[in-house]
Design a binder for this molecule. Structure first.
Ligand SMILES: C[S@@+](CC[C@H](N)C(=O)[O-])C[C@H]1O[C@@H](n2cnc3c(N)ncnc32)[C@H](O)[C@@H]1O
Length: 441
């Protein structure tokens, strides 16, 4: 299409005159029979709601409506029994008036979408992000926030550039038009116009594990974004055995929710071939899709995943299945956990290769194993430091404390470490052990 034609088509999305005339964006039929005629006619609003893949009866569900404006979707979810929180970046007088006239209990907050993670509202089974995405300067960040707040499904509806033609170019790279000024609908607060493929891709990239296009029409598309994998099949095959789970950047068990981090897993399976699409990782029940898997050796496999969005501080259960198998055993990762270290006491040191107590061979590939008490549950190879005299050793493994509170540490002892009696010291979380004598041979 010619640039001029595209610019004209974007400008034509302007409904501001009709809005100024009617004064309402949504239409309403109130219980006393009063009809309010807004820019969005009632049949259209009902049709949009009917497309949401959610039960008619919303009792027991928590719903968050972001960018509620006059509030038709909030009040409709409340009418169906949901506990509703409605949010907008400005206080909409129409919403406030209807809230009073309907004696509504919707929890109405004036908040920017970016303020939601710190607003302390909790999590929601269902989140509506309807007609908001293209208004945002940071659409992917906003979708990540929505993902972190959703426990079941988010409905994302947006302006799209190719709602009528997307099927004709499914092989193309997804595009996002950027509007610096008034290009879209003559409004300065419209920033981004995704293609349908881009909208779907951004919802996946934000952390939703299953994303389904519900509807597309010229300049509008609606997507269901799920946090959980599809249900397990009734007949299942042998599950993988999960061996290790770690932060891919440092191989430890600690994750920081404020950072862009990835989960590395090692698992065992006798399958001949495994594709990343076969894997179904879960963190506390939330699905994440693998971006890599490959055999390391024999029946050992490695796989990498993005970290799940919205994890709260604490321990989180990780398990893995194939599309057609049962789940594996559970391993844990720590998110935003402080290090609570006690008095660190060395209980013994051995050469990892020959098992000799109190000594270690300093050589290429030389390792010591030591056992200590006092480390934290989330001590790992990144927060534990091992010194021989003043020399810091490379820590390869820190196990979780056993029932007696004893943790195992493996550290490399290269050939350059001088032979003779050396002082071993363990440090973690600013606490140091007393020195322990080790002979380097
Ligand atoms: C086009 S209206 C959509 C109304 C309704 N959700 C619907 O789909 O019919 C966009 C709404 O998003 C709100 N909005 C825009 N930017 C926002 C932001 N950064 N945070 C929260 N709400 C925002 C606007 O104030 C407006 O009420």
């Amino acid at each position: 299409m010619q640039a001029d034609t595209i610019r004209e088509a974007r400008k034509r999305q302007d409904h501001s005159h009709e809005l100024a005339e009617k004064g309402w964006y949504h239409s309403f039929e109130l219980p006393d029979g009063t009809l309010i005629d807004g820019v969005n006619p009632l049949p259209r609003l009902r049709e949009r709601f009917a497309r949401f893949p959610i039960p008619d009866d919303l009792r027991g569900k928590r719903v968050l409506d972001i960018g509620a404006w006059d509030g038709w979707f909030s009040f409709e979810a409340e009418r169906r029994g949901a506990g509703v929180t409605a949010v907008d970046c400005f206080e909409a007088p129409n919403f406030v008036e209807l809230h009073r006239r309907l004696s509504s209990k919707v929890d109405y907050r004036v908040l920017e979408i970016y303020e939601l993670p710190a607003a302390g509202l909790g999590k929601f089974d269902i989140v509506f992000l309807l007609g908001v995405l293209y208004h945002l300067r940071h659409p992917l960040l906003a979708l990540e926030i929505v993902c972190g707040l959703t426990t079941d499904v988010a409905i994302v509806e947006s302006f799209v550039t190719d709602g009528d033609t997307w099927r004709e170019h499914t092989e193309n790279i997804p595009t996002l038009e950027f509007y610096e000024g008034f290009e879209l609908a003559n409004q300065y607060d419209n920033w981004a116009g995704p293609s349908v493929a881009c909208l779907l891709a951004m919802c996946r990239a934000a952390g939703f594990v299953r994303v389904e296009l519900l509807h597309a029409e010229p300049y509008n598309a609606m997507v269901a974004c799920y946090r959980r994998w599809e249900p397990q099949p009734a007949e299942t095959s042998a599950p993988p055995q999960l061996m290790f789970v770690a932060n891919n950047s440092d191989q430890g068990i600690n994750f920081s929710s404020g950072k862009e981090q990835y989960i590395a897993c090692w698992f065992r399976s006798s399958r001949e071939t495994i594709a990343k699409e076969d894997l179904r990782l879960e963190v506390d029940g939330f699905g994440v899709a693998a971006y890599y898997t490959g055999r390391t050796q024999d029946d050992w496999w490695a796989a990498n995943f993005p970290a799940a969005r919205g994890l709260t501080p604490g321990w989180h259960n990780v398990r893995l299945r194939f599309a057609d198998s049962d789940f594996s055993n559970v391993l844990r990762i720590a998110v935003d956990l402080p290090l609570h270290v006690g008095r660190i006491v060395c209980q013994g040191v051995r050469d990892a290769a020959n098992g000799k107590s109190g000594e270690v061979t300093g050589t290429e590939g030389g390792y010591l194993t030591c056992w200590v008490t006092g480390l934290a549950e989330n001590s790992d190879r990144n927060n534990v430091r091992v010194f021989l005299d003043g020399r810091r050793l490379s820590v390869h493994w820190v196990g979780t404390p056993d029932a007696d509170g004893v943790s195992q540490i493996n550290a490399a002892v290269p050939g350059i470490v001088p032979k003779g009696e050396r002082m071993l010291r363990i440090e973690c979380g600013g606490v140091s052990s007393e020195p322990w004598t080790v002979r380097v041979v």
